[in-house]
Design a protein around this ligand. Structure first.
Ligand code: NAD
Ligand code: UDP
Length: 310
């Protein structure tokens, strides 16, 4: 039986990935220090003999044997989270990624890095193709995350070049769904919980900035197609190319919930990217992957999840 490590397995995307891999009868080891994740996300597997839950900070080295594949997702991801712990975010992306690459090297395991659309910064090219080098402010408030991920991409490729490690890189765009933390500060949990409570929806700036939202099941499918393909030493965008302004997103959520909330406008955070939309031509060509779940459907499932928490 093949053994797979998922770092960040107790987090939002990681826990959905663990569910899917166990369903397919892989042996799965989650490594997570629970800094932004939750034990709750994996309790359904506590009696599964194919599952092992290691509570560990990837900033510290770890030895594991008989590993075939590693999905490396450990990193804070919400702007509020990573700006609260900027040094830890930088060290997780750099030293943490190096430590996990060492496990891959010692096991000759295939390594997938969960990178991000933030490597493109506030993009001057639209939509963003993998060939775009990005427009990142290296000293701004988001730099702890953006530069950590850019370093992570660079060291992943360096392990490939120096040790011939079998690696692949996913640049993930905004993903949403059940198990996001209600208070993680990202736009979907904020707007949904505000609308459910009939509180004001807090649009930052004029709301004309855009994002393209991918439902988590589609994203996990993309990560697995990428890992279990023969694509090597390539970076591939994974995300949904349907682009919405943040104001449209607020209005849509309000409408689906039938909420009495007002929409209010607050100051825009520094360096907030103005536009973001993946070009997924490469993922379609290499993996035959594209998202299937429309925003309305994904939002309904996500709203239902947050309603049930109340
Ligand atoms: P999340 O915060 O829910 O999950 C991240 C997990 O990593 C958490 O469980 C956290 O406890 C763990 N973690 C953080 N630092 C750690 C450390 N030093 N050691 C061990 N575990 C650690 O976030 P998510 O949205 O599930 O994101 C997962 C991955 O996908 C991240 O690498 C993120 O950068 C990437 N990503 C996510 C999105 C998105 O929209 N959700 C977009 C782009 C990239
Ligand atoms: N945003 C907003 N109101 C909120 C939370 C976020 O208007 O309550 C905006 C934010 O300014 C950004 C977009 O929504 O333009 C997406 O923010 P998020 O934190 O989810 O992720 P990002 O894509 O910026 O990493």
């Amino acid at each position: 039986m093949e053994r797979i490590i998922v770092t960040g397995g107790s987090g939002f995307i990681g826990s959905h990935l663990v569910d899917k891999l166990l369903e397919l009868n892989y042996e799965v080891i989650s490594i997570d220090n629970l800094i932004t994740g939750s034990k709750q996300n994996l309790t359904q597997h506590k009696d599964n003999p194919n599952f092992k839950n290691i509570i560990h900070d990837v900033q510290d080295p770890l030895e594991l044997e008989d590993i075939d594949y590693i999905f490396h997702l450990a990193s804070p991801a919400s702007p509020i989270d990573y700006q609260n712990i900027p040094i830890e975010t930088l060290l997780t992306g750099s030293i943490g990624t190096k430590n996990i690459l060492e496990i891959a090297k010692n096991n000759n395991a295939r390594f997938l890095l969960a990178s991000t659309s933030e490597t493109y910064g506030d993009p001057l090219e639209h939509p963003q193709k993998e060939t775009y080098f990005g427009n990142v402010n290296p000293i701004g408030p988001r730099s702890c995350y953006d530069e950590a991920k850019r370093f992570a991409e660079a060291i992943t490729m360096a392990y490939h070049r120096e040790y011939n490690l079998n690696v692949v890189l996913a640049r993930i765009f905004n993903t949403y769904g059940p198990r996001m933390r209600a208070n993680d500060g990202r736009v979907m949990p904020n707007f949904i919980n505000q609308a459910l409570e009939n509180e004001d929806l807090t649009v930052y700036g004029s709301g004309s900035q855009t994002r393209s939202f991918c439902y988590v099941d589609d994203l996990v499918d993309g990560l697995m197609k990428l890992m279990f393909s023969d694509v090597s030493a390539e970076v591939v965008n994974l995300g949904n190319p349907d682009e919405y302004t943040i104001l449209e997103t607020a209005e849509k959520i309000k409408e689906i919930i039938g909420s009495k909330s007002n929409i209010i406008f607050k100051e825009i955070p520094e360096d907030d990217p103005t536009r973001r939309k993946p070009d997924i031509t490469k993922a379609k060509a290499l993996l035959g992957w594209e998202p299937k779940i429309e925003l309305n459907i994904g939002l309904k499932k996500t709203i239902e999840y947050f309603e049930n928490l109340k």
